[in-house]
Write a protein that binds this ligand. Structure first.
Ligand code: HSE
Length: 289
């Protein structure tokens, strides 16, 4: 059995903690055989545990404590601590692992609620489960996560992935503790129109609003100085817009095809250690083969 989970990009600017898209980069977990102790064969570096301390096993055991240890192989091309949902992908794989090994028959909605409780917010885990574009929120009354999946309009996506990492925790510490009422109303109106524009397939309008976030990007600007440089490059081109991917440091640029080559050339000049990649939308979310 192999579990495949896509990378994700959360927020899309003003859709802070609620909007996300799935991207065609993947974590694959292969279940090899049952054995005495949990073992994960991987090449992700010595800091990533290879035993039951790995987030994958921790998550699986939280969902189904009775499952028997297995030998697993973990392969991922999702960069770590870059704002592309690497930890969410591991959480979703862990939930799916428990689901299959313990025959839980969890629905996608149940997986989403479990994942959100572990991750803290649904914006990465929801598209990792459903694929495509997902808007989600936690419903306090029922303690469930409510979500809507919709087709994300076809466009070119360029990811500017800095060589340095940024921990989500660090990137959340710079956010304000409270937010003035009028500012919140303004910020949420921008997010609402952005979502409407995505659903309408109007990327020109969606991209413009993705750049007008009031919830988080300006507070994080000092941690991600390349964001304003990339925004200037985008604004001089016909790109639809750019935004910080999740908590950063990656920046995603949405653009029509004819701008890709010029944009990539200009982005390369910013920092030759950064990885610049074209990514596609994943439409399926988590899959088991
Ligand atoms: N919405 C989250 C944030 C995504 O921006 O902090 C990262 O987990």
């Amino acid at each position: 059995m192999k579990i495949q989970v896509p990378a994700t990009s959360a927020n899309l600017g003003p859709g802070f903690d609620s909007c996300g898209i799935a991207l065609a980069k993947y974590l694959v977990v292969e279940v090899i055989k049952p054995q005495e102790k949990w073992e994960i064969i991987h090449h992700l570096g010595s800091e990533i545990p290879s035993d039951e301390n790995n987030l994958l096993i921790q998550t699986a055991l939280q969902v189904a404590p009775e499952i028997m240890p297995h030998q697993l192989r973990m392969i991922s091309d999702i960069p770590l601590t870059r704002g592309l949902g690497s930890s969410s992908s591991v959480i979703i794989a862990g939930i799916e692992l428990a689901n299959r090994l313990a025959h839980l028959n969890l629905s996608a909605e149940e997986k989403l609620t479990i994942a959100t409780k572990i991750e803290g917010h649904p914006d990465n885990v929801a598209p990792a489960i459903f694929g495509d574009f997902v808007v989600a929120c936690y419903d306090e009354a029922t303690e469930q996560v409510l979500s809507v999946k919709h087709y994300f309009p076809e466009c070119e996506i360029i990811a500017y992935i800095p060589s340095t990492e940024l921990l989500t925790k660090e990137s959340r510490q710079v956010l304000p503790q409270s937010f003035e009422y009028k500012e919140a109303v303004k910020a949420s109106a921008i997010a609402n129109v952005m979502i409407g524009a995505v659903i309408n397939g109007n990327l020109a309008l969606a991209g413009r609003l993705m750049e007008q976030d009031l919830f988080h990007e300006k507070y994080r600007a000092k941690l991600v100085p390349h964001l304003s440089q990339i925004r200037q490059i985008c604004q001089r081109s016909k790109a639809f817009g750019c935004f910080l991917s999740g908590a950063g440091p990656t920046v995603l640029i949405l653009t029509p095809k004819e701008e890709v080559a010029t944009l990539m050339d200009q982005l390369r000049l910013l920092d030759n250690h950064a990885q610049i990649e074209q990514l596609a939308i994943d439409r399926e979310g988590v899959q088991v083969f």
